[in-house]
Design a protein around this ligand. Structure first.
Ligand code: NAP
Length: 256
């Protein structure tokens, strides 16, 4: 099946990596369904893509709300098929050490980064299976593969998201569904550091201070689009992508 017949659902498409991925998949010929809580943002991007001749629709959705996710999944029967699910919605809250972390922050990170992925994947799996050639992509992080001080609940949640990908791949083997994990390192996006630093712009900017060329949302969208557009029998199990200036979560070269 060519991209022209295919539909991709992207979570967290209102900002950063999700928005860039929706744009690149639309440019690759997919019909894209952009979802996020901020309805105005996904509607604006979908309108922009439609005006450029692509097929894009917006849907306001909180991935932590199971009833809303089920209603969204039911609404997808208007498309000929649902072929790709990009589980991108997520993020971090705080940089406190484990000893001082707020359980409410840990719970919130688990809700979006883990249960959000679970809700979306469970709800869309029947349609992905019915497509005869489905793909579930989970955007984890290098925080899902190694701990770092202050990573706390985000590291724990992304490790869990990694485990969903690894387990699902085992459980679905033999079915026409690929399970792909993309694990980026440092990406300078619109919202990630600002959310983590609870809206403090100077602390958010300091995350990238002196780092020459952190990854951009487009860089990660490019790896996602590449993985999705491989032939159906090629499953990119796990792709770790970092900027050249970062050799490990805690090993970042800063020039000033
Ligand atoms: P971002 O600009 O803050 O985007 C986060 C997106 O997630 C937004 O579109 C947001 O939309 C959405 N979102 C958050 N909570 C949601 C919820 N409950 N339901 C639905 N959507 C929700 O950050 P980003 O850097 O692009 O992050 C995208 C993904 O990449 C996340 O999973 C993040 O953990 C991961 N990642 C980021 C980096 C990095 O350094 N930036 C590195 C590795 C992995 P609304 O607020 O409109 O709902």
């Amino acid at each position: 099946m060519s991209a022209a017949d295919r539909t991709a659902v992207v979570t967290g498409a209102s900002s950063g990596i999700g928005a860039a991925t929706a744009r690149q998949l639309a440019e690759a010929g997919y019909r894209v369904v952009l979802t996020a809580r901020r309805k105005d943002r996904v509607e604006t991007l979908a309108a922009e893509l439609t005006a450029a001749g692509h097929r894009a629709e917006a849907y306001a959705l909180d991935v932590t709300d199971r009833a809303a996710v089920d209603a969204f999944a039911a609404s997808l029967d208007r498309y000929p098929s649902v072929d790709v699910l990009i589980n991108n919605a997520g993020g971090a809250l705080g940089t406190e050490p484990v000893a001082e972390g707020d359980p409410a922050d840990w719970r919130a990170m688990y809700e979006v980064n883990v249960l959000g992925v679970l809700h979306m994947t469970q709800a869309l799996l029947p349609a992905l299976r019915a497509s005869g050639d489905g793909t579930v992509l989970i955007l984890t992080s290098t925080a899902g593969h190694a701990a770092y001080e202050g990573g706390g609940g985000y590291v724990a949640a992304k490790h869990a998201a990694h485990t969903i990908a690894a387990t699902l791949r085992l459980e679905l083997v033999g079915e026409p569904i690929r399970v792909i994990e993309i694990a980026p390192g440092m990406v300078k996006t619109e919202g990630f550091a600002l959310t983590r630093m609870r809206g403090d712009e100077s602390k958010a900017e300091a995350v990238y201070a002196g780092v020459r060329s952190p990854l951009t949302a487009d860089d990660v969208a490019d790896t996602i689009t590449w993985a999705i557009t491989r032939p159906s029998h090629v499953n990119i199990d796990l792709l770790v992508v970092r900027p050249r200036a970062q050799a490990a979560n805690h090993k970042v070269h800063r020039e000033s």
